[in-house]
Design a protein around this ligand. Structure first.
Ligand code: LM2
Ligand code: CA
Length: 491
């Protein structure tokens, strides 16, 4: 394993935390609790390694993200669509997102910025087409990958006419037939398991921290567990197990003993309420029905699949999407994963590419929030939004303080993390002024949605200044807007 890389990452993470504590030293009169270890991640969908390297130092580390989730790094079929990344041809790190050297340099740059790297691991299957030559020049056919896998290494389920999954109430179909014709690896085979594990261990050797296990539901939990057992004990695992309802044979709960799982139900419950413009208690029930336990959950408002499908809020919803992200980051359930992709009108369209098929890449200089309008291919740059950085700071100061029952009036809804911070959200179009009781100490605060404390600015806040007086906060919350204050950000 990556001893050197790991040690570097740990040292860098410590220095970021120390930095935040140091900042709190010049905070207002009341003593501030120490901020908690950062835990939130950001998915940088289809972002080339050189762009991620720049972004880790420029925005992701400083904003307080603990980890980035990258797109798949292995060789894949050729083509301009984004989803070619999900059709592996070999485990060579040569893809439309960059070379092995660029990947390694990105991991080093992120670790140095205190940001861990989690890689999207496509291990359930190989390509879905009959044959071809991969991005790095490897010739292959559907179930033959030279030097890696032959036909004997694949499931041939013989349960459906075309060997494709058609019935999600059948465990055997879901796990041993083909997902959209993608050649399904026999993950029960010891040699297949060890081939996959050596790919993953090679990534860990480069300083990677863990993996999103793509299509985990399509592999028996025992198979995933057996592969993960061949990795170092502290490897972070996030299984992608789309919750499909009670009629489905395979449930996310089967994978929680392996690591965390992506809890799809979270956004399904939260986003429609924000989209509808009316929030009322209980917005986020506790305990969450039909959710895995908080410690097992990675939650998100959308991802690269749901923004092309089920998600009721995406970057296109601008302000309300931001509000949903703020609510998620303020919540005490799960580990949040913010999503950052690119604008598109065609679901298949890849990020802009050059004539060698490499994604051109982008960084987020000057981005402070949702754009008024997007052209195809524009980076959304969620990680650079002022409000997102503000809510990451809120989250760090909220720490393990419990989420109190909702407060609000009119169209404003919010909740407090007991005596640490309070978020007020107004999903309607019109501004609304509310007075709410709070356990935050009396005094002045800077709203972190609009930029938080800024010593150089008159009044000490970059944006809105708010006052807690006699245990009450009176605030004018803008339409499709939010205000958030916490004990670590006082003028
Ligand atoms: C995932 N998680 O479980 C990924 O998050 C998701 O993005 C992947 O689908 C999927 N599982 C397989 O890894 C994407 C995309 C599909 C695309 C596949 C493979 O959403 O549309 O399927 O990647 O590239 C495409 C074609 C499909 C075709 C298939 C095989 O859209 O029509 O099926 O390739 O050639 C015949
Ligand atoms: Ca499978």
């Amino acid at each position: 394993m990556p001893r050197a890389g790991r040690r570097r990452a740990a040292a860098a993470l410590t220095s970021v935390v120390v930095g935040v504590v140091a900042l709190s030293g010049c905070a207002g009169p009341a003593a501030s609790p120490h901020p908690a270890q950062p835990d939130a991640g950001v998915q940088l969908f289809q972002r080339p390694w050189t762009s991620i390297a720049t972004e880790c130092a420029a925005t992701i580390g400083p904003a307080g993200f603990a980890w980035v989730l990258t797109s798949p790094p292995q060789e894949h079929i050729t083509g301009s669509q984004w989803w070619t990344s999900y059709q592996p041809v070999s485990y060579t790190l040569d893809s439309k997102l960059g070379t092995a050297d660029e990947f390694a340099a990105m991991v080093d740059a992120c670790n140095a910025a205190g940001v861990k790297v989690v890689v999207d691991a496509v291990i359930n299957h190989m390509a879905g087409i009959d044959d071809g030559t991969g991005f790095a020049g490897t010739p292959f056919s559907h179930d033959d990958y030279p030097g890696l896998y032959t036909a004997a290494d694949f499931h041939h389920c013989a349960l459906t006419a075309d060997d494709d999954i058609s019935d999600y109430s059948s465990r055997e179909q879901v796990q041993t037939c083909e997902l959209s014709n993608l050649a399904d690896l026999d993950t029960s085979s010891p040699t297949v398991r060890s081939t996959i594990a050596s790919y993953l261990n090679g990534l860990l050797d480069l300083g990677v921290t863990g993996f999103r296990i793509d299509a985990a539901k399509h592999m028996a939990a025992d198979d995933v567990a057996a592969i993960v057992e061949m990795l170092p004990k502290d490897t972070m695992i996030v299984s992608e197990t789309i919750r499909g309802g009670a009629a489905e044979a395979v449930q996310p709960e089967e994978y929680t003993s392996i690591g965390r799982v992506l809890e799809f139900q979270y956004a399904r419950d939260l986003s429609p309420q924000v989209e509808g413009g009316v929030l009322s208690d209980p917005l986020l029930e506790d305990p969450r029905p039909s959710h895995v336990a908080s410690k097992d959950a990675v939650v998100f408002i959308d991802n690269h699949d749901t923004e092309r499908g089920e998600a009721s809020l995406t970057y296109r919803d601008r302000g309300r999407y931001l509000l949903a992200n703020a609510l998620m980051l303020a919540d005490d359930y799960g580990t949040p994963l913010v999503y950052s992709g690119y604008a598109f009108t065609d679901n298949d369209a890849g990020a802009p590419q050059d004539d060698t098929g490499h994604v051109i890449g982008w960084t987020c200089d000057g981005v402070t929030g949702p754009h008024d309008a997007y052209d195809d291919g524009d980076g959304v740059c969620t990680e650079a939004w002022t409000a997102v950085a503000g809510m990451l700071e809120f989250r760090a100061y909220a720490g393990d303080a419990p989420r109190l029952p909702g407060v609000g009036d009119g169209t404003v809804y919010g909740f407090e993390r007991e005596a640490r911070g309070i978020l007020l959200v107004n999903p309607s179009n019109d501004a609304d002024t509310v007075t709410v009781r709070t356990g935050l100490p009396d005094g002045e605060y800077c709203d972190v949605i609009s930029g938080g404390r800024a010593a150089a600015v008159d009044g000490g806040c970059r944006g809105t200044a708010l006052i807690v007086d006699h245990g009450e906060l009176t605030a004018a919350v803008p339409g499709i807007g939010a205000l958030a204050i916490h004990v670590g950000d006082r003028p």
